[in-house]
Design a protein. Structure first.
Ligand code: ADP
Ligand code: G6P
Length: 760
């Protein structure tokens, strides 16, 4: 069990951040209320834990295995662990539901029927977001984030949206299904797009990599060359290259092999044989109790061999170690019942007095006990019906430096690609499986040695350290990440700036010869109300703006997310106040002295070319809408919007897909997918760009901006030395001053009017 200690300074940044559903340790609450940490189950943790032990200052972001509050970040075995909270509902819907009752069976060739529920998907989405939010801040600038496995397929894209400066890798520990099976998955394209947020995607087998690439080609229609996928950028963003490569995972082979030298472990192996009544042969199966592992098939074969009298239970004993797994998922419950029933039946019919025909262990063992079992086993049965890799097969080989023992290996386990010298079986064919068991039990020592030598060569040469090194090196070589664009936050919290500080800034600003005074509308000039149409702007603030606009050397603008006509009807400003609507995409009537300059700024205004582009976009979207009844197209002066909320059946998804596919052909268009809506804007829609253009058009020496919303940060982000940004209300901001509310806004505008008026 790893030693864990909580740490004050765990929240720092790391060169390598691993993100997986589970932390390497699971928390358990002891009867006295204290927390105990035990190693988590499964191959992912076995492999990555040993990799992370060799990394300096690595971090691991994951779930601690218990629903509810997550513990604070802590250090364990030289690694910083960042627990992610999953509530009971997340556990049921994201983990047991979408991950383990939808994706797991689907990706393992539908051995059991995958179930799908829309609430599970919603939870998968929000849980993935939580992992991404936990991982993004802990990576150092230019660092590497390595996301693992099917539970977190949306995380690469989510991290990319937050951290374009880091390298993002993704490794899938389980198979990736054929495109025919994958196509059954609702939300399949979102999953593909989520994964394609990575720079490098790793899979266990060549067939998994090929399946993924053909799913991308077939379902997203992206251009593919060999194993490179060209991901088109939305709007004006450039195409990104994503590499797909096969990296068969492995184990810490030398460490496992070294354990076999330990006299205590050797003694345990000998003791184990004595405890079982000194049988001539021990046959071993070690698995999580999972329907993919073929435990039922194995027991059936063993039971039939005993029934047929081909195996004498006095000579041969089977040990089945079955780690409890996902016990609240129905298919796992059923499996456990069946396995336990079958073991009971076999023992009832065949076990000699005082010892079992099948020794069934439904719990975890520590690594040393596990090695002792492998050392005692004459045959190990790996009969998976489908398995990403299967590390048990490799652990058995690493545990046999004595070159004794036989590995029976399913051709459906990833390990079958590498461990060619094993006795290969198709576990679905019970007769073949029975024959393979008999052959293994009877295999002469020299034949065992020959096979084991070849297997060991493979496993000892290709260990998990080499695997991780190859993956990370390839990731290093793929696509250069962009430098971090972290906006500077000048103020946090809620507290307004000192009145004196605001007064000093206003006084200095009023002295500047040519000014632009611009303000957001909702939340600044008018208090926020729930019914947008019932908005009540502050009459005195509007008056101050109007009067300011009449002063020489002062330009005034209102910049809003509202449509221009809407803004106009609520403010009724004279033409000396410029109105800018739709986040900067619509500009109202301009004073004559500004016009020429703004019209030159083709980014802000419609040109003939943009009109044509918009007409053609509108026509295409209407065609898409006609093909998907219930969807409709809204036209705005500078944008066309496809609304899919009222579409029938899969219409919403299909229409959105078609629209996004089309978007990729439009490099100069800003495409913003929203909830059941996709907006295509032919002019850039940032308030920052609008204020920038207005400042230039009014030849302002400095500008002042008042804003309350995140969209206003695009303006504050470009504040120059003489400019003045005033954030209204609480929240992080790049503005240097904060004022409380609309009333304070009125105060600022009236004070400016006074100061500037005095200057005349
Ligand atoms: P999966 O990842 O699907 O669980 P693998 O065979 O790849 O399958 O990895 C399983 C890992 O869990 C191996 O490292 C194996 O030794 C370990 N393991 C399996 N059963 C037990 C158990 N009862 N006690 C301890 N470790 C176990
Ligand atoms: C497999 C999966 C892992 C998972 C492990 C244990 O190895 O690839 O992602 O962690 O099984 O399953 P659990 O659901 O208990 O995490």
């Amino acid at each position: 069990m790893p030693s864990a200690s909580s740490t004050q300074d765990a929240q720092r940044q790391h060169e390598l951040v691993v993100v997986a559903n589970r932390l390497p340790v699971d928390s358990r609450t002891l009867p006295d209320g204290a927390t105990e940490w035990v190693t988590s189950p499964g191959g992912l943790v076995t492999a990555m834990e040993s990799v992370m032990r060799t990394v300096d200052s690595g971090a691991w972001v994951g779930w601690g295995g218990t629903a509810g509050e997550a513990p604070e970040p802590f250090e364990a075995d030289g690694m910083s662990l960042y627990p992610v909270r999953l509530d009971q509902e997340d556990v049921e819907r994201y983990y047991e539901g979408f991950s383990n009752a939808t994706l797991w069976p689907l990706y393992h060739d539908v051995i059991v029927d995958p179930e799908f529920h829309r609430t599970w998907w919603d939870s998968y989405l929000s849980a993935n977001r939580r992992f991404a939010e936990a991982a993004a801040p802990v990576a150092a600038p230019g660092g590497t984030i390595w996301v693992h496995d099917y539970q977190l397929q949306l995380v690469p894209q989510m991290i990319r949206a937050k951290r374009s400066d880091v390298r993002i890798g993704f490794f899938n520990h389980i198979p990736f299904p054929s495109v025919e099976l994958f196509s059954q998955l609702p939300k399949r394209n979102s999953i593909l797009r989520g994964l394609l947020g990575a720079d490098l995607l790793g899979f266990q087998r060549e067939s998994d990599s090929l399946n993924f690439v053909s799913a991308v080609r077939r379902l997203l229609g992206y251009h593919v060359e060999g194993m490179t996928i060209f991901v088109p950028g939305l709007g004006a963003s450039p195409v990104r290259e994503v590499q797909v490569q096969t990296f068969p995972i492995s184990i810490d082979s030398a460490a496992v092999s070294a354990l076999t030298e330990d006299p205590q472990i050797r003694e345990r192996a000998a003791q184990l044989r004595r405890d079982l009544g000194d049988p001539a042969k021990i046959v071993l199966g070690v698995d999580r109790l999972d329907y993919t592992k073929g435990i039922r098939h194995r027991l059936k074969a063993w039971g039939e061999l005993l029934d047929d009298g081909l195996i004498d239970p006095h000579d041969a004993v089977m040990i089945q170690v079955a780690t409890p797994s996902r016990e609240r998922v129905e298919a796992y419950r059923q499996l456990r019942d069946e396995v336990e029933l079958t073991v009971g039946r076999i023992n009832g019919e065949h076990a000699p007095i005082g010892r079992p025909a099948v020794s069934y262990q439904h719990h975890s063992f520590d690594r040393r006990d596990m090695t002792a079992m492998f050392m005692a086993a004459d045959v190990v049965l790996v009969t998976a019906l489908r398995d990403g890799m299967n590390l048990v097969a490799k652990e058995y080989v690493a545990s046999r430096p004595d070159l004794h023992g036989v590995l029976v290996l399913s051709e459906f386990a990833g390990a079958a690609d590498e461990l060619r010298a094993a006795v290969m079986v198709n576990p679905h064919d019970i007769d073949e499986l029975k024959a393979a068991i008999l052959r293994s039990l009877a295999m002469p020592a020299e034949e065992q040695e020959e096979a084991m030598r070849s297997l060991r060569h493979q496993v000892m040469e290709h260990d998990v350290q080499t695997w991780a090194h190859n993956f990370l090196q390839q990731l290093e070589e793929s696509g250069d990440p962009e430098p971090a664009v972290t906006p500077t936050i000048h103020l946090t919290g809620e507290t307004p700036s000192e009145a004196g500080e605001v007064e000093t800034a206003l006084t200095a600003f009023a002295e500047v010869p040519r000014l632009l005074i611009a303000s957001d509308f909702d939340g600044v000039i008018a208090p926020i109300v729930s019914d947008r149409d019932a908005v009540q702007p502050d009459a005195a603030a509007l008056t101050a703006l109007r009067e300011l606009s009449e002063l020489p050397g002062v330009a005034v603008a209102l910049v809003s997310g509202r449509a221009l006509a809407d803004l106009d009807s609520h403010t009724r400003m004279p033409s000396s106040v410029v109105l800018v609507g739709s986040h900067g995409a619509e500009v109202g009537a301009l004073p004559p002295w500004m016009q020429a300059e703004v019209l030159d700024q083709s980014s802000l205004t419609m040109t003939e070319q943009k009109e044509e582009l918009l007409a053609s976009i509108t026509a295409t979207l209407r065609r898409i809408a006609r093909a998907h009844p219930g969807t409709e197209v809204e036209t705005k002066p500078t944008a066309a919007v496809l609304h899919t909320r009222n579409a029938k059946g899969r219409g919403s998804i299909n229409a959105t897909e078609s629209a996004l596919e089309y978007a990729m052909t439009l490099p100069d268009v800003t495409v913003t997918p929203g909830k059941e809506v996709v907006e295509f804007a032919v002019v850039p829609t940032s308030k920052g760009a609008a204020v920038d253009t207005l400042a230039r058009a009014s030849a302002a020496d400095a500008w002042l901006y008042l804003g309350d919303d995140v969209t206003d940060e695009s303006v504050f982000a470009q504040l120059g030395d003489r400019d003045l940004g005033l954030k209204v209300g609480g929240g992080d901001t790049a503005a240097r001053l904060r004022i409380a509310d609309t009333e304070a806004v009125r105060g600022v505008l009236q004070r400016l009017l006074e100061l500037r008026g005095q200057r005349r």
